[in-house]
Design a protein around this ligand. Structure first.
Ligand SMILES: [Zn+2]
Length: 113
């Protein structure tokens, strides 16, 4: 079951970790949360394919990915990613939980690795 550290808010990804002291603050207090967590780990993906698509079947012309992830530092961040193959554009906006923009990428799809 997904759980969060009651002390610092660290979110445990696996049930194995829940029984361990918090990797960030060492606390053993847990806060189990239900529907909020399902949202936090859900990743919305939207794909659009135009009728006049010149691309191969498997690839969408336009892709929107939106959701929340645990970043490298253990903090929850929200990501909005747009892959637009028609205009060869890739944008990615990463925000922390307070809505501050951490990363804002806007690059040519061909340059995106
Ligand atoms: Zn903690």
């Amino acid at each position: 079951m997904p759980a969060q550290c009651a002390n610092c808010g660290f979110i445990f990804e696996s049930t194995d970790e829940v029984g361990q002291p918090c990797p960030r603050c060492g606390s053993l207090d847990r806060r189990i949360h239900s529907h909020q967590d399902a949202k936090a780990h859900g990743f919305l993906k939207l794909k659009k394919k135009g009728a006049s698509s010149k691309h191969k079947k498997a690839r969408a012309d336009y892709e929107l990915q939106q959701g929340e992830r645990i970043g490298k530092d253990g903090k929850l961040v929200s990501i909005e990613r747009v892959i637009d193959r028609d205009s060869e554009h890739y944008t990615e906006v990463v925000k922390d939980k307070d809505g501050n923009v951490i990363a804002n990428k806007d690059e040519r799809l061909s340059e995106h690795k």
